[in-house]
Every structure is written in C-alpha cells, then in structure tokens.
Design a protein around this ligand. Sequence first.
Ligand code: PDD
Length: 285
Amino acid sequence: STVYLNGQFILASDAKISPMDRGFLFGDGIYEVIPSYQGRFVGFEPHITRLHSGLSQLSIHHGKTLADWTEICQSLLNHNRAQLGNNLAVYIQVSRGTDTKRNHAFPLNISPTIFAYAFAIAAEPVPDKAKAHTYNVITGNDLRWQRCHIKSTSLLGNVLHYQQGVEQGAHEILLFDRDGNLTEGAAVNVFVIKNGEIATPPLSNKLLPGITRLLLLQILRQHSTLNVVERDISFEEVMAADEIWLTSSSKEIAPVLKVNDTPVGNGEVGDIWLAAQRLFSAHKY
Ligand code: PDD
C-alpha cells in the first residue's frame, strides 16, 4: 500500500523511521483514526480538531492546516482504494520527532515525524438488529494515567486493559475510576440506557473525548426527543442497565449483550439502539 511519511507518498515497504524517534522511545506523540465509507469521511473536522488540540497540549508544532490534512487523507484513499477497497480508515500519527540522543526533555530544533496510512475496515454499520456486531465485556478498575483525554500513542495502559478482556474471553472491558464511576472502555466510549434515559460519562481527564460519542450526542439532541444526559454512572447502574452501547470510529454504536457473563436487559439488541443507529446512519456525514 501507499503511505504518507513526512511530506511524501511512498510504498509502505519503503517507509522508514529512526529508532531514535521519540514516538518509539517514549510514546511521545498523538494519533487519530478517521473512518471513511465510499470515499466519504465521518467526522473529519472534529477528528482533526482533536488531533490539533492534543498536539498543542504536548507543544508539538507541526504547521499543518485542516486543508493539508484533508489533502493527505483524501490522497491516501485515492492511492489505496483499488487495492484495499472502499471502506477505509486513515491512521495519523504525529510524534515529537527524532533526536540524536535519548533525553526526556523536549529537544530543541527537531521537527515532528508525520505518518499516515489507510487500512480496510468492516462495512458500514447498519441499523438492523440482525446485522449488529454485538459485544460481551468484563469490568475492571481503571488503572491508566490521569491524562486519558489526550489521544496519546502511549497506549500501554489501554493495551493491558484490552488484553485483560481478551484473556477473560471478552471483547472489551468497562473501566471504573476510584470513586466507582464508569470512565470508558480500553478503546471505546460507553453509553448506558435505563428507562429511556441515554447516559454517558461527562468529559474529563478520565476519558477520551470520542468523536463518535460527540457526533452521537449531537445527532440525538438535534434529531430526536430521546432523553440524553452526560453524568456519572455507577457500577450498579451498569449492571442494572436496559441497554449498553460501545462507541468508536470503527464500531459506530455497538450493543453490549453481556457484562461479566450477566445479560444486559433482556440479553438482546435493544430498541433504543435501533433508533439511535438509525439516526446516526442518517445524519453522520
Ligand atoms: N480508539 N476511548 C478510547 C480509549 C479510544 O482509544 C477510542 C478510539 C475511543 C473512541 O473514540 P472515537 O469515537 O473518536 O473513535 C474512546 C481508536 C479507534 C483506536 O485506538 O484504534
């Protein structure tokens, strides 16, 4: 496939990054994953806004504009569509750059390493109960750091939590902070539905401000009369939910059928999920 590296479109096999890159040595970088279907990106602008926000919080100066990113990402779709198909996500990673020595302090006068590539993703999710990709999850204490709002390439905390789920035969893990409140999953935001209320934890340093979460909140508030709130959610509320959804760029809205081997609600894909995925599919672009 063709990838983008530091201003050039090259073959993936020709893309080389120094082992002295701070992305490799320190996980000192920011990333994004932006989905597209049939050549159209979902949430492109908010994804780039979050990328710029993360980079600015890390004082990584890159000089790229929304127009630059649009050109890079569209070119990646054009270069790879024939080989990889029409459902592609673009991964963007910007690290602080490559230094001659390993030193924790930000080096002066290095330029960031900018890498992007396209990869095939599953077909566009559809509002059809029979076709929904469903998930079983476990729960656990959130042992990550206190800067979970930054989409950092330092993902070890998330990787270990995700693996915890895998080793217990689950697809994801719902994480709870020290006060017993839900934060998010290892790679997803979480929505909990009870008696018609659709709740998700409020934004803070404890979770990633997911773009699917953002789009879903906006769409539900604009195009439905469903009751949508951002508030703290306890473990007991999770276990007593009628429906639970996981959201992420690749999953859109994914119903959870079991938590710790206990069925969620009646153990089937829910009616509110169907309504929400219908609205999301109709208004996401
Ligand atoms: N994961 N929370 C975490 C910790 C995530 O890593 C992700 C995304 C999300 C959902 O965010 P969004 O709706 O913007 O995709 C929430 C990406 C896709 C990944 O790491 O592959």
